[in-house]
Design a protein around this ligand. Sequence first.
Ligand code: DGY
Length: 459
Amino acid sequence: MMQTYLELLNQAKAILQRNTITVTVDGKPYERTIPSKDYYVHEWLWDSAGIAMGLVHFNEEAAFNELLSLTAGQWNNGLMPHIIYNPGESRYYPPADQWQTTSFTRNGIKTSGITDPPLLAISAEYICNHASDEKKKRDFINNILPSIMAYHNYLKRYRDPEDCGLLTIVHPWESGTDDSPRWDSILKRIDLNTIPTNIKADVDLHRKDSRHHISQERPTEDDYYRYIYLIELFKDLAWDYTKIVQETPFAAKDILFNAIWERANEALAALLHTYGKQEEANNYQRWAEQTRKALTNTWSEEHNQYCDIDVTQGRHQAIAVPTNAMFMPLSAGAVTDKQLDILLHRLSLADEFDTEYPVPSTALNSQYFDKERYWRGPTWPITNLFIIDGLQRYKTRHKNVAQRANFLTIKTIQMIRDNGCWEYFDSTDHVTEGNTIGRGFSSFSWTAAILIQLIHMTE
Ligand code: DGY
């Protein structure tokens, strides 16, 4: 391995080690990695799943613990909440008590009430493919498989009641791409005037992320009013997901979330197959196939992209906004030859997705592009990883596919090497002396873990 890569790996490891904390919940110690010491001081579902995939390359035990620690926060109905709160922390908004969910968790652990893109099974499979201690691996699998199955069963039951293969998300935070312009048309229908003033006052008084940073890099205040308003509505519905899915003013079939859902069912089926549970494996394999077909069908000939679907309160309306989510069905294996050609072409266009540091979260020439703001323009390592993974799936179809995957891998490594492990990056700018294109929070665990994974992919 090149010396420079070794140095980079060491820097990434050091960040992960510094961000590891031990908390005692209900008398039991849990080791977990927080995303950043400055603000994200709890445990996030898709962050930790990604972090574990980096950890396994240098500390297998820590990778196992990271995922097991996540499952400690699982609800009785199988929901894996997107945040598991660490006790005694007040640096993050909204605080643990805002959700009122403790009666749903197993050990009184405080969690959010919504989920995140379901990366858990993908991470567990990756860890099993890279860990070497067979005994510990088997113990880990025996421990984690029931939780993953319960989570997938929850998602299928409550988020796809119509059995169409695509899950419904009920909050922009569930998409992991909070303020993506994909959600503007739905969110705009929530009239700010109908949001109670006490909710707005709470956000104004207590929101913390935008205080750390120039507010241009974070979601707007209006977005936050709506995010918190949705939480209050779900609380009023006593976290009854049959009702929430029907009544929420935000409901979408998200192509990113569902591409990960497809991949996660494939991963779960593979794990069950390896560990001798063939009948259960077949069930999740069937779900994966159903989702793959449904994703292929979200393609719009008119817009040359896959589209999310607004399913709020009985609607069925395609959302055609050019964001990097359109490339996620690659990783679900849902792409026809014609769609592959179009996606590759769009990835190569300098005024769309081939920016200085690709792949921007929103196409450069889109009216919604905002180079500084969160998921409205910046490049995120996690979505790049999924696009690379997706392209790899098709690399035998076309030599340009493999080239694009290699190009994105190298560019993403360079972006992190030249700037450090930031949360996200300005996709348009050159790095100059004394100027970073890193945005959001620095020393970010997820980015460090993805860097480790990408470097191992180049070996
Ligand atoms: C945040 O706080 O920014 C998250 O995306 C919501 O979990």
